[in-house]
Ligand binder design. Sequence first.
Ligand code: HEM
Length: 176
Amino acid sequence: MVATNPFMIVFRLLHIVAGVLWVGSAFLFVGFIGPAAAEVGPAAGPLLHVAVKERKVAKVITGLGITTVVAGWIIWLRDLNDFGSLSDWLGSHFGFVLTIGAVLATIAAFLGAYGVGRNVERLVDVGDAVEASGGPPTPEQQARIEHLGAEIEKHGKIDLVLLVLAVACMATARYW
Ligand code: HEM
């Protein structure tokens, strides 16, 4: 029998629930919503405006990533403390694989926030400016839209690969 451990119940729950929501929403956005919006073009503007500006989807996903990462590092420190030393913790298969996953997921959180979330907000700003002008985008606005779209796609794909690798590490760490 494992003794009841309120610290682990709270932090593991926070960590895993936020992580599931983070990776799931990043997958949906990068894999489907982003490409669909790019295919539809300006007609996707109003939907993206409501999702990003009013429902704050980019900020919510970033918040889920930060919650997962912070709760994860807190548990990591607790595990380190239980193992007694950094060399014992990283010398264990569990600690080593978890730490690889943790580093990958932490990089993914920064990349997601700055390379994807922030650029999605900028893209919606340009779309709003085009909409407000009532006309087609100026050549500068068009170039900016294309640049931001390419950045979002590139960083989104890298982010997803990092997240899948991180989840693979988390899911299997205790069985190596
Ligand atoms: C991609 C996002 C992440 C997801 C979906 C995720 C998911 C999970 C899951 C499902 C477990 C349970 C594994 C098991 O009990 O065998 C776990 C454990 C753990 N995760 Fe993550 N994780 C993520 C990112 C992170 C990050 C950034 C850290 C930072 C250090 C971290 C640290 C940990 C630690 C220390 C444990 C072990 C908990 C224990 O001692 O029982 N995770 N994670």
